[in-house]
Design a protein around this ligand. Structure first.
Ligand code: HEC
Length: 120
């Protein structure tokens, strides 16, 4: 009985934590994406770039979940600013990524912006 109570408390906690996540998204599941509502003008082009480049091998859901939860969904590694940079480089180096360093830098900056928004 005690265990069930603890489990319920945990679920409630997790649900309330994820409800607090600030970053705005559109769609669900494989259609999940960052919303461009209220995004500063300077980041809009980078978001479009990310939405074009980062869906070649997987959907945006993977990246959105990483920002929202602070965890990379496949490996469970922390997804913070340092990790964003490392993942940017990792994705850049993947065969056929069709991205260059400048584009990765732009995407890293916009993901840092989303991480900040999410932490508010
Ligand atoms: C060339 C294919 C390819 C492209 C392009 C690509 N990814 Fe990935 N991504 C992968 C693969 C494969 C994985 C599975 C785990 C791994 O190999 O790191 C992955 C995993 C991830 C993960 C989860 C990592 C983890 O450890 O859980 C994130 C976050 C991610 N990608 C973000 C991005 C972002 C942001 C971009 C655009 C800059 C991008 N991906 C572009 C292939 C790609």
């Amino acid at each position: 009985m005690k265990k069930i109570f603890l489990f319920a408390a945990l679920i409630t906690l997790v649900a309330s934590l994820s409800a607090e996540a600030r970053v705005k998204v559109t769609g669900r599941g494989s259609k999940m994406n960052f919303s461009t509502d209220g995004i500063p003008e300077m980041y809009k082009a980078s978001i479009l770039l990310m939405q074009e480049k980062c869906i070649k091998c997987h959907t945006m859901e993977r990246t959105v979940i990483a920002v929202q939860t602070g965890r990379a969904p496949i490996t469970g590694q922390p997804f913070n600013k340092q990790a964003v940079k490392a993942y940017g480089i990792k994705m850049l180096r993947k065969p056929n990524s069709e991205m260059d360093k400048k584009q990765i830098r732009e995407i890293v900056l916009v993901l840092n912006y989303f991480l900040d928004e999410n932490a508010k």
